[in-house]
Design a protein around this ligand. Structure first.
Ligand code: P61
Length: 461
């Protein structure tokens, strides 16, 4: 037989009940939540695809680690386990633990950025850009154009456009660019990887200009898997080896451990240069915690150390993880639903601009579609479009991103294939009724990271 089915490399040991509600009930809840899926209560959600962040199921070995966590304020044994795991799996010598990814972004931005600097990156991420701007920098998008086109099948849509990067360097000068922020498996592009060849070329270009390369390695494991599947010369390498090579083309990394690393909370900043690490630790004690726990408890660090090793122990874990996402993507493609292609690593991204093509972007098609999907079935997704992009700080106008998407992020080791089937059926049902869907307008718009707490109402007839 040419091709055999795969199955998850685990069996279920404990379950958490979820409940189906009625359509009327959900209509009421979404109205109360201001049509914002972030404001729903989780008990009112049937299948929760809001995020793959902090929603993974830990293994029995990780849970056992919680009992063994060393809660010492200073010099916790669990910190040293974590440091060892990061050194071995990612290859960075200096570990600065933080409460989660944005804690690491905050410290990194504060130690490297001066007001007036420019930080190029392969598409923005909300919290990453927030911390860059908060430290006084301007973000410059240098991702390849294909990343902004939902249906473009380029295998490495996370790649940096080297000409765009060179143009930024020529325009502002290398001395105003403290580092380039390179995200693996680019979240806002739809979970799209970069190739090893591209990352290596970015690193070499930056070396020549004395610009640091800082990875957002939050989903580097999923990127490593795509390199193994798609890039010549990597088919016979393990994801563990590929991940180490990815990190070798960087000077440090920020990681939200709530994704690849299979824990519910945690993160870190990892660096090579001991002097930079010293500066980071000086700030860490003010904003996060002592340098041997950052924002984490001993048990969190123990479970994290184990999660980091577990994710690369065999390739089967990531194959099944991405395989489940691809399974959902394939169901939707078969029914002609416009989604971001290729299917990404951590979720399926619906092309809301194409699905609700009767709505102009400032009537928030992705926000609207997310709410409609919830009302249909209790499946919770997340807006990743104009609401997430926020306003330009200089002009105060909406930023109009080319991608207007609803993300259905798949938590790791949590849902079954039947949950994917139910999700696909709901998306198809909403798609069939799409013309009846009305747009939204703001009733409350926060100044910063508005998508988290904004409220909306349907535009009156
Ligand atoms: C997510 F709606 N991601 O995808 P923290 N880098 C990257 C991330 O994906 C990331 C962080 C840094 C989340 C949670 C989230 O606009 C939002 O541990 C590539 O969450 O602090 C987080 O890591 C930050 C959802 C964050 C959002 C910001 O669902």
């Amino acid at each position: 037989m040419e091709r055999r089915s795969w199955a998850e490399p685990f069996k279920v040991k404990m379950v958490e009940p979820i409940r189906m509600t009625s359509r009327e009930y959900r209509q009421q809840r979404i109205r109360e939540a201001g049509y914002n899926s972030f404001l729903l209560r989780s008990e009112d959600v049937y299948i929760d695809l809001l995020t793959d962040s902090g929603t993974s199921a830990m293994s029995d070995y990780q849970w056992a680690g919680l009992m063994l966590g060393d809660e010492a304020y200073a010099g916790s044994r669990s910190f040293y386990h974590l440091e060892e795991a990061v050194r071995e799996v990612y290859g960075y010598a200096e570990l600065i633990p933080t409460h989660q990814g944005r804690g690491a972004e905050h410290i990194l931005s504060q130690i490297l950025i001066k007001p007036g600097d420019v930080v190029p990156g392969n598409m923005y991420f909300t919290t990453t850009r927030f911390h860059q701007e908060y430290a006084g920098a301007e973000f410059a998008d240098v991702i390849i154009d294909e990343a902004h086109e939902a249906a473009n099948p380029h295998p490495f849509k996370g790649n940096v456009d080297l000409d765009k990067l060179q143009a930024v360097i020529d325009e502002v000068g290398a001395e105003r660019i403290p580092y380039i922020s390179v995200e693996t498996n680019v979240n806002m592009a739809g979970g799209q990887p970069m190739s090893m060849a591209n990352l290596k070329a970015v690193y070499e270009l930056c070396r020549r200009h004395d610009i640091l390369v800082m990875l957002d390695a939050t989903r580097a494991l999923e990127n490593a898997y795509f390199i193994q599947q798609r890039e010549d010369g990597f088919q016979d390498r393990s994801v563990a080896e590929i991940l180490r090579e990815i990190c070798s083309y960087s000077d440090g990394a920020t990681v939200s451990s709530k994704k690849d690393n299979l824990v519910n909370i945690g993160g870190f900043l990892a660096l090579r240069d001991p002097e930079l690490a010293r500066r980071a630790r000086a700030l860490l004690v003010a904003f996060e915690g002592l340098h041997t726990y950052g924002g984490m408890s001993g048990r969190d660090m123990e479970a994290l150390a184990r999660g980091i090793r577990e994710m690369v122990e065999t390739d089967d874990h990531v194959r099944a993880r991405v395989g489940q996402v691809e399974y959902l993507g394939a169901l939707l493609l078969k029914s002609g639903i416009p989604i971001v292609q290729p299917v990404g690593g951590h979720g399926v991204f619906l092309n809301a601009a194409a699905i609700l093509s009767h709505l102009p972007q400032d009537q928030f098609p992705a926000q609207t579609l997310t709410a409609a999907l919830y009302v249909d079935s209790g499946v919770r997704g997340m807006e990743r479009g104009i609401v997430s992009a926020g306003r330009d700080p200089a002009t105060g106008d909406h930023r109009y991103p080319k991608l207007e998407l609803v993300r259905l992020a798949i938590p790791r080791r949590v849902y079954t294939q039947s949950h994917m089937d139910v999700t696909a059926e709901s998306v198809i049902a909403v798609y069939e009724e799409r013309e009846a869907v009305r747009g939204l307008q703001f009733t409350y718009e926060p100044d910063e990271l508005r998508f988290f707490q904004a409220r909306f109402e349907p535009i009156p007839d």
